[in-house]
Ligand binder design. Structure first.
Ligand code: HEC
Ligand code: HEC
Ligand code: HEC
Ligand code: HEC
Length: 136
């Protein structure tokens, strides 16, 4: 559609104005790098995007502090920050934030537990149980 030279400028403007946000993969299998006992977690990303806001999970970092996600911000892998080098010793409750497990459990598991308290139907679905994310 944008092939015609005459339409080039207009198409250029349109693609800036209506640029599709990069939403990432529909399903993601998360595995900690270099883990001795890998326990992959299967994450239906698209399904969560339909239920939640990007900023419920994604955030940035400035001067070692967490900064909220704003629409269009670049999205990095959790492990690019949640690793032993960048976050040594940091915790949130029982979760060590310097591991992918800690970031995952601090985000995924905490929300799933909250949701189960609020909605009995989600309790029926066992979304707070290990097998929901880690399989059998
Ligand atoms: C809501 C999803 C979710 C639930 C429920 C959950 N986990 Fe996880 N878990 C993750 C994510 C995400 C990671 C980080 C990615 C990975 O290593 O699998 C993780 C990582 C781990 C790891 C580290 C694996 C490694 O290679 O270092 C262990 C061990 C683990 N979980 C055990 C459990 C156990 C035991 C339960 C139940 C008591 C549980 N998890 C419940 C999402 C979940
Ligand atoms: C329920 C939590 C959650 C929500 C909501 C969510 N994401 Fe994600 N997203 C993740 C996780 C977890 C990953 C995997 C990160 C990793 O592999 O370390 C991811 C991965 C991505 C990636 C790929 C990053 C990469 O480098 O591999 C993009 C892009 C992305 N998300 C964009 C979005 C956008 C845009 C939205 C909102 C429309 C959104 N996400 C909503 C949790 C979420
Ligand atoms: C650009 C760096 C960066 C990326 C990428 C990142 N985080 Fe974080 N995250 C931080 C920083 C900084 C903090 C604050 C640490 C502290 O308490 O000092 C934080 C805090 C957290 C916390 C504890 C506070 C809270 O919000 O509950 C969780 C859980 C968490 N991150 C999960 C994740 C997950 C899951 C991903 C991937 C979807 C991710 N983070 C990606 C930098 C990052
Ligand atoms: C802010 C809340 C929230 C966060 C964060 C979150 N989830 Fe969920 N998740 C939900 C809710 C709500 C459901 C139930 C959706 C339904 O079936 O109605 C769910 C369902 C699921 C299911 C079951 C899907 C199905 O088809 O039955 C899996 C697997 C899952 N989440 C994995 C994860 C993993 C892994 C993460 C972290 C990377 C995560 N979730 C982060 C709220 C959350």
């Amino acid at each position: 559609m944008c092939g015609a030279a005459a339409a080039f400028l207009l198409c250029g403007l349109m693609s800036t104005g209506f640029a599709e946000e990069n939403k990432g993969p529909e399903t993601i299998t998360m595995t900690a790098t270099g883990s001795a006992k890998p326990k992959p977690a299967v994450f239906p990303h698209k399904k969560h995007q339909e239920l939640l806001k990007c900023g419920d999970c994604h955030h940035g970092e400035k001067d070692g502090k967490q900064v909220p996600y704003a629409e269009g911000d670049p999205v990095g892998k959790c492990e690019s920050c949640h690793n032993a080098e960048k976050m040594a010793g940091k915790t949130k409750g029982a979760n060590k934030l310097d591991t992918l497990k800690g970031a995952g459990h601090g985000n995924c598991v905490d929300c799933h537990k909250e949701m189960v308290k609020k909605d009995p139907a989600l309790k029926e679905k066992n979304i707070d149980k290990c097998a929901t994310c880690h399989g059998k």
